[in-house]
Design a protein around this ligand. Structure first.
Ligand SMILES: Nc1nc2c(ncn2[C@@H]2O[C@H](COP(=O)(O)OP(=O)(O)OP(=O)(O)O)[C@@H](O)[C@H]2O)c(=O)[nH]1
Ligand SMILES: [Zn+2]
Length: 356
């Protein structure tokens, strides 16, 4: 398999040259488990770890390789390697890491298009869809909405849901599919391009594995993602998170992505809430919070029915989340600064103590 079949393109090549990495073997991270990686190269698959240098120079989790990353490798032998450096990403879908540290975690790197998977049965939730969209816009990844399990509801209901989405979220393609009837799969297959990278985002049970099995034309998903240590202190991952499909496109699946946190989405928020923000320009106060102010054009629009109330609710919620995220990041930086100063003072004392 050639690198371009794995999604390698001119941009990647350019970055690789700029970073002086052409002497290294290039590969794409197809699975990750606790800082152990499976990387696919033109030769095949190899297990890899990062170099000590990469680890110690990493300032945050974003500096560690993620699924979809292109990396420069130092090969030991055919199936072991060291990751020397990450080739700069063209895009990265991120979220807040679990544990409320506010740290940013990369879900998938170098993604062209995100497939937002949502079932139309009782799981359907337009607000959640908007949260996923926000992730996409912040990552500068174009979204496509995939509605699954359409066999479970009537044609009328499907149209109603599709219309509601198109009204709230215009300009994003919506494809309705069913694994029972096979409806919509041709439409999906026809929009997926060879050599382009897609990422599936959706909550558990939305039908991602089913979709993946259909697109890959074979049974690839296993229950129980990771088979643990093989006894030699080495983990092997049985589940590949990045796959090359029969249609030539590349698909990244992220199982277990349950809650969607919002990170660095200033621009993301703005794109999703275009209508709301253009209304907001007519608010009497420049710093209007659109919650209780007189002369608020947003509240007025909600009152006279031209703006969906739940859209405003969702907007305010995301704003709060964003504010929280920014505060916790600022707090982290402040602490680091204080700690850095303590360390510096301490080192100075140490030097004096030694009478150098
Ligand atoms: N009726 C119907 N059921 C479906 C369809 N697609 C998936 N399902 C069922 O929905 C359930 C969940 O589907 P999965 O594909 O495992 O969902 P998932 O998103 O991969 O879930 P996680 O692996 O937990 O992230 C399974 O029982 C599927 O058989 C569909 O189009 N119609
Ligand atoms: Zn306002």
């Amino acid at each position: 398999m050639e690198l371009k079949d794995l999604g390698y393109n001119e941009k990647t090549e350019k970055s690789r040259v700029q970073q002086n990495l052409t002497d290294y073997e290039a590969g794409r991270v197809i699975a990750e488990h606790r800082e152990r990686y499976i990387v696919r190269t033109a030769q095949g698959e190899t297990e890899a770890e990062i170099t000590g240098n990469l680890r110690y120079s990493a300032k945050s989790r974003e500096d560690f390789p993620a699924v979809g990353d292109w990396v420069a490798l130092i090969m030991y032998d055919n199936n072991t390697a060291l990751i020397h450096q990450i080739i700069p990403r063209t895009s990265a879908i991120t979220r807040k890491a679990a544990g409320h540290t506010g740290e940013v975690q990369i879900i998938a790197a170098n993604v062209d298009t995100a497939l937002l998977i949502q079932a139309v049965d009782r799981d359907f939730n337009i607000n959640r869809l908007e949260r996923y969209l926000t992730l996409c816009y912040a990552a500068r990844v174009s979204p496509v909405i995939i509605l699954t399990k359409t066999d479970l509801i009537t044609e009328e209901r499907i149209s109603a849901i599709t219309d509601a989405i198109r009204q709230r979220i215009p300009d994003v393609p919506v494809i309705a599919v069913s694994s029972i009837t096979g409806n919509g799969y041709d439409a999906l297959n026809s929009i997926m391009e060879k050599g382009k990278t897609y990422c599936m985002l959706g909550s558990s049970g939305a039908g991602k594995s089913t979709l993946l099995n259909f697109l890959s034309g074979r049974e690839v998903m296993h229950t129980g993602d990771i088979s643990q240590s093989t006894g030699k202190g080495r983990h092997t991952t049985s589940h590949r998170e990045l796959l090359v499909l029969d249609n030539g496109s590349i698909l990244i699946d992220n199982p277990g992505m349950r809650e969607v946190g919002i990170a660095d989405t200033a621009s993301g928020l703005e794109t999703t809430f275009d209508t709301l923000l253009s209304l907001a320009q007519h608010c009497r106060f420049k710093n209007c919070t659109h919650t209780n102010e007189d002369g608020c054009a947003v509240l007025e629009a909600v009152e006279n029915g031209t703006l969906d109330e739940s859209l405003l609710g969702n907007y305010l919620k995301l704003e709060r989340e964003k504010a929280w995220f920014e505060t916790s990041q600022a707090e982290k930086k402040r602490k680091e600064k204080i700690f850095g100063k303590i360390l510096k003072d301490y080192q100075k004392k140490d030097i004096k103590g030694k009478k150098i």
